[in-house]
Design a protein around this ligand. Structure first.
Ligand SMILES: N[C@@H](CCC(=O)N[C@@H](CS)C(=O)NCC(=O)O)C(=O)O
Length: 223
Protein backbone atom coordinates (compact mmCIF):
# COMPACT_ATOMS: atom_id res chain seq x y z
CA UNK A 1 0.00 0.00 0.00
CA UNK A 2 2.86 2.39 0.78
CA UNK A 3 5.93 2.43 -1.46
CA UNK A 4 7.96 4.05 1.32
CA UNK A 5 7.11 1.23 3.73
CA UNK A 6 7.89 -1.38 1.05
CA UNK A 7 11.19 0.40 0.31
CA UNK A 8 12.14 0.24 3.97
CA UNK A 9 11.24 -3.43 4.27
CA UNK A 10 13.29 -4.15 1.14
CA UNK A 11 16.28 -2.29 2.60
CA UNK A 12 16.00 -4.45 5.72
CA UNK A 13 15.78 -7.57 3.55
CA UNK A 14 18.81 -6.56 1.47
CA UNK A 15 20.70 -5.84 4.71
CA UNK A 16 19.48 -9.21 6.06
CA UNK A 17 18.40 -7.55 9.32
CA UNK A 18 15.54 -9.16 11.25
CA UNK A 19 12.52 -7.00 12.05
CA UNK A 20 8.92 -7.10 13.23
CA UNK A 21 6.16 -5.00 11.76
CA UNK A 22 3.47 -3.09 13.58
CA UNK A 23 0.42 -2.25 11.52
CA UNK A 24 -1.08 -0.03 14.21
CA UNK A 25 1.67 2.54 14.45
CA UNK A 26 0.32 5.34 12.27
CA UNK A 27 -1.11 7.41 15.14
CA UNK A 28 2.32 7.56 16.76
CA UNK A 29 4.29 8.42 13.60
CA UNK A 30 6.64 11.27 14.63
CA UNK A 31 6.20 13.08 11.32
CA UNK A 32 2.61 11.95 10.71
CA UNK A 33 3.82 9.70 7.91
CA UNK A 34 4.93 6.10 7.46
CA UNK A 35 7.37 4.51 7.73
CA UNK A 36 9.17 4.98 10.99
CA UNK A 37 11.14 2.39 12.89
CA UNK A 38 12.14 1.80 16.47
CA UNK A 39 15.59 0.30 16.90
CA UNK A 40 16.83 -0.34 20.44
CA UNK A 41 14.67 2.51 21.74
CA UNK A 42 15.66 4.97 19.02
CA UNK A 43 12.84 6.10 16.75
CA UNK A 44 13.72 7.08 13.19
CA UNK A 45 11.14 8.52 10.81
CA UNK A 46 11.37 8.74 7.00
CA UNK A 47 12.65 6.01 4.70
CA UNK A 48 15.81 7.90 3.76
CA UNK A 49 16.81 8.62 7.36
CA UNK A 50 16.03 4.97 8.15
CA UNK A 51 18.38 3.91 5.35
CA UNK A 52 21.16 6.13 6.71
CA UNK A 53 20.52 4.84 10.22
CA UNK A 54 20.89 1.24 9.02
CA UNK A 55 24.06 2.10 7.14
CA UNK A 56 25.63 3.91 10.11
CA UNK A 57 24.54 1.59 12.90
CA UNK A 58 25.14 -1.72 11.13
CA UNK A 59 28.16 -0.70 9.04
CA UNK A 60 26.40 -1.29 5.74
CA UNK A 61 26.93 0.66 2.54
CA UNK A 62 24.02 -0.15 0.26
CA UNK A 63 25.90 1.49 -2.62
CA UNK A 64 29.19 -0.36 -2.05
CA UNK A 65 31.08 -0.82 -5.29
CA UNK A 66 29.48 2.15 -7.05
CA UNK A 67 31.53 5.11 -8.26
CA UNK A 68 30.63 8.60 -7.03
CA UNK A 69 28.93 9.23 -10.37
CA UNK A 70 26.90 6.02 -10.10
CA UNK A 71 25.91 6.92 -6.55
CA UNK A 72 24.70 10.26 -7.86
CA UNK A 73 22.66 8.66 -10.64
CA UNK A 74 21.11 6.17 -8.19
CA UNK A 75 20.13 8.99 -5.83
CA UNK A 76 18.55 10.98 -8.69
CA UNK A 77 16.56 7.93 -9.84
CA UNK A 78 15.35 7.33 -6.29
CA UNK A 79 14.22 10.90 -5.82
CA UNK A 80 12.50 10.93 -9.23
CA UNK A 81 10.37 8.07 -7.94
CA UNK A 82 9.76 9.51 -4.48
CA UNK A 83 9.27 13.17 -5.28
CA UNK A 84 7.80 13.13 -8.77
CA UNK A 85 6.24 9.87 -9.95
CA UNK A 86 4.89 9.27 -6.43
CA UNK A 87 2.37 12.10 -6.72
CA UNK A 88 0.88 10.84 -9.97
CA UNK A 89 0.61 7.33 -8.54
CA UNK A 90 -0.99 8.80 -5.43
CA UNK A 91 -3.67 10.44 -7.52
CA UNK A 92 -4.37 7.29 -9.57
CA UNK A 93 -4.56 5.18 -6.42
CA UNK A 94 -6.53 7.48 -4.13
CA UNK A 95 -8.65 9.66 -6.38
CA UNK A 96 -9.63 7.18 -9.10
CA UNK A 97 -13.00 5.79 -7.99
CA UNK A 98 -12.32 2.11 -8.79
CA UNK A 99 -8.83 2.04 -7.32
CA UNK A 100 -9.90 4.00 -4.28
CA UNK A 101 -12.74 1.53 -3.72
CA UNK A 102 -10.21 -1.33 -3.66
CA UNK A 103 -7.84 0.59 -1.39
CA UNK A 104 -10.67 1.50 0.99
CA UNK A 105 -11.86 -2.12 1.06
CA UNK A 106 -8.41 -3.10 2.31
CA UNK A 107 -7.77 -0.22 4.70
CA UNK A 108 -11.18 0.66 6.06
CA UNK A 109 -12.98 -2.68 6.02
CA UNK A 110 -13.39 -2.76 9.79
CA UNK A 111 -14.87 0.73 10.05
CA UNK A 112 -18.68 0.53 10.28
CA UNK A 113 -21.19 2.65 8.37
CA UNK A 114 -21.76 5.62 8.62
CA UNK A 115 -18.23 6.36 9.84
CA UNK A 116 -16.57 4.72 6.83
CA UNK A 117 -17.95 7.01 4.07
CA UNK A 118 -17.15 10.02 6.24
CA UNK A 119 -13.57 8.85 6.78
CA UNK A 120 -13.18 8.06 3.09
CA UNK A 121 -14.36 11.57 2.20
CA UNK A 122 -11.89 13.13 4.66
CA UNK A 123 -9.01 11.01 3.31
CA UNK A 124 -9.79 11.89 -0.31
CA UNK A 125 -10.11 15.56 0.56
CA UNK A 126 -6.70 15.46 2.27
CA UNK A 127 -5.11 13.77 -0.78
CA UNK A 128 -6.69 16.27 -3.17
CA UNK A 129 -5.44 19.19 -1.08
CA UNK A 130 -1.91 17.73 -0.86
CA UNK A 131 -1.83 17.11 -4.62
CA UNK A 132 -2.94 20.67 -5.30
CA UNK A 133 -0.38 22.14 -2.88
CA UNK A 134 2.44 20.02 -4.34
CA UNK A 135 1.36 20.99 -7.86
CA UNK A 136 0.72 17.65 -9.56
CA UNK A 137 -3.00 18.02 -8.86
CA UNK A 138 -3.07 21.08 -11.12
CA UNK A 139 -2.08 19.13 -14.25
CA UNK A 140 -4.75 17.67 -16.52
CA UNK A 141 -4.91 13.86 -16.94
CA UNK A 142 -2.94 13.91 -20.23
CA UNK A 143 -0.18 16.00 -18.67
CA UNK A 144 0.07 13.65 -15.71
CA UNK A 145 0.24 10.65 -18.01
CA UNK A 146 2.97 12.12 -20.19
CA UNK A 147 5.06 12.91 -17.08
CA UNK A 148 4.55 9.41 -15.64
CA UNK A 149 5.48 7.79 -18.96
CA UNK A 150 8.63 9.89 -19.26
CA UNK A 151 9.70 8.74 -15.79
CA UNK A 152 9.06 5.09 -16.57
CA UNK A 153 10.81 5.30 -19.92
CA UNK A 154 13.82 6.94 -18.25
CA UNK A 155 13.97 4.28 -15.52
CA UNK A 156 13.53 1.51 -18.08
CA UNK A 157 16.40 2.96 -20.15
CA UNK A 158 18.58 3.30 -17.04
CA UNK A 159 17.91 -0.30 -16.00
CA UNK A 160 18.43 -1.64 -19.54
CA UNK A 161 19.47 -5.30 -19.49
CA UNK A 162 21.18 -5.11 -16.10
CA UNK A 163 19.78 -7.28 -13.31
CA UNK A 164 19.71 -4.30 -10.93
CA UNK A 165 19.46 -0.57 -11.38
CA UNK A 166 23.18 0.13 -11.29
CA UNK A 167 24.66 -3.22 -12.28
CA UNK A 168 25.18 -6.75 -11.09
CA UNK A 169 24.41 -6.04 -7.42
CA UNK A 170 21.43 -4.30 -5.83
CA UNK A 171 22.12 -0.83 -4.46
CA UNK A 172 20.09 1.37 -2.10
CA UNK A 173 17.92 2.77 -4.88
CA UNK A 174 16.87 -0.75 -5.88
CA UNK A 175 14.75 -0.91 -2.73
CA UNK A 176 12.93 2.19 -3.94
CA UNK A 177 12.67 1.09 -7.56
CA UNK A 178 11.28 -2.27 -6.49
CA UNK A 179 8.73 -0.68 -4.15
CA UNK A 180 7.41 1.76 -6.72
CA UNK A 181 7.39 -0.67 -9.64
CA UNK A 182 5.60 -3.30 -7.52
CA UNK A 183 2.94 -0.62 -7.00
CA UNK A 184 2.84 0.41 -10.66
CA UNK A 185 2.42 -3.17 -11.90
CA UNK A 186 0.19 -4.35 -9.03
CA UNK A 187 -2.65 -6.18 -10.83
CA UNK A 188 -5.23 -4.98 -8.30
CA UNK A 189 -4.87 -1.38 -9.40
CA UNK A 190 -5.73 -0.22 -12.86
CA UNK A 191 -3.59 2.62 -14.22
CA UNK A 192 -2.47 3.65 -17.71
CA UNK A 193 1.00 2.32 -16.79
CA UNK A 194 -0.16 -1.07 -15.51
CA UNK A 195 -2.19 -1.47 -18.73
CA UNK A 196 1.01 -0.84 -20.68
CA UNK A 197 3.30 -3.20 -18.69
CA UNK A 198 4.53 -4.91 -21.87
CA UNK A 199 6.06 -1.60 -22.95
CA UNK A 200 8.17 -1.58 -19.77
CA UNK A 201 8.95 -5.30 -19.81
CA UNK A 202 12.39 -4.97 -18.20
CA UNK A 203 10.87 -3.13 -15.22
CA UNK A 204 8.08 -5.67 -14.85
CA UNK A 205 10.60 -8.55 -14.99
CA UNK A 206 12.79 -6.70 -12.51
CA UNK A 207 9.94 -6.60 -9.98
CA UNK A 208 9.46 -10.35 -10.30
CA UNK A 209 13.20 -10.96 -9.94
CA UNK A 210 13.49 -8.81 -6.82
CA UNK A 211 10.39 -10.48 -5.37
CA UNK A 212 11.85 -13.97 -5.97
CA UNK A 213 15.26 -13.05 -4.61
CA UNK A 214 14.30 -11.14 -1.50
CA UNK A 215 10.74 -11.73 -0.52
CA UNK A 216 10.15 -15.48 -0.60
CA UNK A 217 7.02 -15.46 1.53
CA UNK A 218 6.23 -11.81 0.85
CA UNK A 219 6.81 -8.56 2.65
CA UNK A 220 5.86 -8.76 6.28
CA UNK A 221 3.56 -5.78 6.20
CA UNK A 222 0.82 -4.59 3.92
CA UNK A 223 0.89 -1.23 5.70
N1 LIG B 1 9.62 11.18 2.74
C1 LIG B 1 8.86 10.16 3.40
C2 LIG B 1 7.52 9.99 2.69
C3 LIG B 1 6.59 9.07 3.47
C4 LIG B 1 5.15 9.14 2.99
O1 LIG B 1 4.76 9.97 2.18
N2 LIG B 1 4.35 8.23 3.55
C5 LIG B 1 2.95 8.19 3.25
C6 LIG B 1 2.54 6.77 2.92
S1 LIG B 1 3.06 6.35 1.27
C7 LIG B 1 2.14 8.60 4.46
O2 LIG B 1 2.41 8.14 5.55
N3 LIG B 1 1.14 9.44 4.25
C8 LIG B 1 0.24 9.80 5.29
C9 LIG B 1 -0.11 11.24 5.28
O3 LIG B 1 0.44 12.00 4.46
O4 LIG B 1 -0.96 11.60 6.10
C10 LIG B 1 9.65 8.86 3.44
O5 LIG B 1 10.58 8.69 2.61
O6 LIG B 1 9.43 8.03 4.34
Amino acid sequence: MSPFVSKTEMLLKIAALPYDTNLRGFAKAPKGKLPYIEDDGTVIADSTFIRWHIEKKYGIDFDAGLTEQERGIAWCAEKLLEDNLYWILLEWRWLNAVNFGRTADLLFKKIPWPARPAIEAVVQHKMRKALHAQGTGRHNPDEKLVLAKKSLESLSALLGNKPYLMGAKPCGADATLFAFMAGVFCPQFDTPLSRDAAHYANLAHYVERMRREYLDGGLQAAA
